[in-house]
Design a protein around this ligand. Structure first.
Ligand code: ATP
Ligand code: MG
Length: 745
């Protein structure tokens, strides 16, 4: 009712309120810096559309960049309009939205409703096999193509809306004696792209990019599929690519479109995102209005100041105002460590130290370590492990990419879609059944010849309907066929995925298989149990979270929904586990987009890593560092090392010029002496910024003493850090000296 509406509008500033109340019929761009409440405004606008403009929740489409932000938005919205209505809002990533409607309307775009989503790893295998087929041709033309490179090329074609046919047309066939390598290469890539699509089709499968491409085809060609939508809202618009932008146009009927974005945070140019979509939108939607938000609510003054100083080095950037709502707080800490293991143990100890000084006002989940790329995480993970600090990798070693998870999923994928070759290849030897590569090849060729799937062929062999391709195959694969058939029957009986997995584990004695083949079998077995939990979560949320449009539920078997949820989880973020809330997050800077933490630590803020030496776009690297810094609410660390081992070689490193250029030259990097302080005043400020009660003095004292006691006894910094051990002792004696200020220009 109106009181509810009144309440949530009250927490907005005038510009935010204007954006929320903006006429839904006039296209709107909300442009603003980090932490200015863009996502909050978007969420409030959805609530306002429902409460004030009386739009049915199910007529609103909200697109987020990651599943994690979708979950956050869902939580915020639930607080505003309740669970019931929130669940009806069509909310998720472009991928999830497309997948949802593709199942229902598959036939309109020439695919089958039971398609399997092919993950990046399997896609890469398909590409490798295609490259192998063309090996001789490539050698004779002196061409080399890495599977990963080709995969990202294909992905970029799709991001730009170019189909394999388009690319083939653009690159004329070359004469066998053609010597122009560029022409030969371009044509070959086009042919490989086309070959890849052919393989996917044969497997009744779409890769992640296809979800968007085919989704666009559906929404633009078959308007009925989107007739429900009366308003579309898109978060992080600056990172949409061509295809995503076109999807927005196709879903957003009429002119009821709201986007929020920040050109300063565009960090996906390398994946063909186009900031120019902001201007494009103004052309396609004449009369688009813009609202700017200028108040940052997230970070302390000094964090904001440093972040703005970093991004302002870009001379081509359009300057904009971003005012802090908080006191300056603790100056961002710059620190040089000797090497990566020193850096890693510094991070672990510093997290513990800050926890102690905050006397219980912070928990593990309040810390994030943001990396330029995943490979930097190894040393840090082991340091945290050693110190007993619970942590998790956001979008890193993805749960659904683990071998034990893929083993289980392969069986279920086969039950749902017997054409999916990668699942067959995998499942056939889980547990090992002695089917070698050669036999597998023969099964695939044999199946091709009969125009059936390899699974069907094996079934016929086991039923003695066709002769065995060699004597032992039937014997070896009978248990496999029996297992699949049993799962199929159970599925048809309506058995839910969680029970199906349990059944499968027994059928193939999977625990025994792990035990025999995997040194870390216990952890892997736990992951399998985790998968069962995930399955029951999906089952439980089926009616609320998945927003199946009424009447469309029939297209989704529980199994299919579960498989889809697994695949879309691995797309970049992990499942929503309660336990993860109190763990230190380790994440790439990219995956941290849109999120915030009280304490953010950025290791390897050094030349060669930030900007990354392989990157072609320095300005994008700088924006990435800006995104990373602006995730911090109260404390920010920028670390670098003097020497880092890179690909086995020890390299000298120095502080990133993104940072060194904005700090005054006459000041040196903070030393541990400076760091070993945490004056009471700063604690008070931090608690205010985080809106948390200040801990009792006695509690702080106890924890701090406990920390220094254990730090001194265990000498965690190793003998080469005696000086540090000494200054820790000194700091114990005098808790009260203030940190040296690191003035920012
Ligand atoms: P980013 O660009 O990083 O995605 P954003 O602009 O989307 O940032 P939000 O995540 O929506 O920003 O908001 C940042 C923080 O500021 C959140 O914790 C939010 O609750 C808070 N916030 C936003 N607006 C206000 C306000 N008017 N009053 C108090 N807090 C606010
Ligand atoms: Mg946001």
């Amino acid at each position: 009712g109106p009181t509810q509406a009144h309440n949530f509008l009250q927490s907005l500033n005038p510009a935010q309120l204007q954006a929320v109340q903006h006429d839904p019929n006039i296209p709107l761009q909300i442009l603003a810096g980090p932490g200015s409440g863009k996502t909050k405004v978007l969420t409030s606008r959805i609530a306002h559309l429902i409460i004030h403009h009386l739009l049915p929740p199910s007529s609103i489409c909200a697109v987020t960049f990651t599943k994690k932000t979708a979950n956050e938005m869902r939580e915020r919205l639930t607080k505003l309009i309740g669970k019931e209505r929130t669940s009806q809002v069509r909310m998720g990533t472009f991928h999830a939205l497309c997948a949802l409607y593709l199942r229902k309307h598959a036939l309109h775009v020439g695919i089958k409703g039971n398609f399997t989503i092919c993950d990046t790893e399997e896609g890469k295998k398909i590409i490798s096999s295609l490259l192998k087929e063309r090996k001789d041709y490539m050698v004779s033309n002196d061409i080399e193509i890495q599977p990963g490179n080709l995969q990202s090329k294909i992905s970029k074609f799709k991001a730009r809306g170019l189909s394999a046919e388009d690319v083939l047309t653009m690159t004329p066939a070359v004469h066998p004696n053609e010597h122009n390598t560029v022409l030969v290469l371009d044509r070959l890539i086009a042919e490989l792209y086309s070959g890849y699509q052919g393989k996917l089709k044969k497997n009744n499968s779409l890769d992640f990019d296809d979800l968007l491409v085919v989704g666009l085809k559906l929404f633009s060609g078959h308007r009925k599929a989107v007739s429900w939508c009366r308003h579309i809202l898109v978060d992080e618009f600056q990172d949409t690519n061509f295809t995503q932008y076109e999807l927005m146009r196709a879903i957003g009927v009429a002119r009821r479109v709201t986007i929020v974005g920040d050109p300063d945070q565009s960090i996906y140019g390398w994946r063909a995102a186009e900031v120019a979509n902001l201007e494009k939108m103004q052309r396609h939607f004449p009369g688009t209005e813009q609202i700017f938000l200028e108040q940052n609510y997230r970070s302390t003054g000094s964090i904001l100041k440093l972040s703005l100083a970093i991004v302002s080095q870009d001379k081509n950037r359009i300057p904009k105002t971003l005012l802090s709502s908080h006191p300056s707080g603790i100056t961002p800490v710059l620190r040089q460590c000797n090497n990566e293991s020193h850096e890693a143990s510094f991070i672990a100890m510093e997290i513990k130290r800050v926890m102690a000084h905050m006397g219980g006002a912070l928990r593990w989940g309040d810390f994030a370590v943001l990396l330029r790329f995943n490979a930097l995480s190894r040393a840090i993970e082991s340091a945290l492990q050693k110190e007993g600090i619970p942590h998790r990798i956001l979008g890193g070693h993805r749960f659904f990419e683990r071998l034990e998870i893929k083993d289980i999923l392969a069986y279920l994928q086969l039950v749902d879609n017997s054409s999916f070759g990668p699942a067959f290849t995998r499942a056939v030897n889980v547990p090992s059944r002695g089917i070698g590569e050669k036999t597998l090849g023969e099964l695939f060729t044999g199946a091709d010849a009969m125009v059936i799937t390899p699974l069907e062929l094996v079934e016929r062999i086991c039923d003695a309907k066709v002769p065995d391709i060699k004597p032992a195959v039937k014997r070896k694969l009978s248990p496999f066929v029996a297992a699949i058939r049993c799962l199929r029957e159970e599925t048809n009986k309506g058995v839910l995925p969680s029970a199906l997995i349990r059944k499968l584990l027994k059928l193939i004695d999977y625990q025994e298989h792990l035990h025999k083949t995997q040194p870390e079998w216990e952890t892997r077995w736990e992951n399998v149990q985790e998968l069962i939990t995930f399955a029951s979560d999906v089952q439980g949320s089926m009616l609320t979270d998945v927003h199946l449009p009424p009447g469309e539920e029939a297209e989704y078997t529980p199994l299919r929904l579960f498989l889809q949820a697994s695949m879309l989880s691995s797309e970049g973020d992990e499942q929503n586990e309660e336990g993860n809330l109190n763990k230190v997050s380790i994440s790439t800077c990219h995956a941290a987009k849109g999120l915030e933490w009280p304490v953010v630590i950025i290791p390897a803020a050094e030349e060669g890593t930030f900007p990354f030496h392989r990157s072609e776009d320095i300005a994008e690297e700088r924006r990435l560092l800006y995104v990373a810094c602006t995730r911090a609410k109260g404390l920010l660390y920028l670390l670098n090392v003097a020497e880092r081992k890179i690909a086995g070689n020890l390299m000298e490193r120095s502080l990133s010029y993104f940072v060194s250029h904005v700090i005054k030259e006459d000041e040196t990097v903070l030393t541990l002496d400076d760091l070993c302080t945490f004056p009471k005043g700063e604690r008070t400020t931090l608690c205010q910024v985080l809106e948390r009660p200040e801990p009792p003095e006695e509690e702080v004292r106890m924890r701090v003493e406990g920390f220094y006691e254990s730090a001194r006894n265990r000498r965690p910094f190793g003998h080469e850090f005696d000086a540090e051990a000494a200054s820790i002792t000194r700091a114990m004696q005098q808790h009260s000296f203030g940190p040296a200020r690191h003035e920012i220009e």
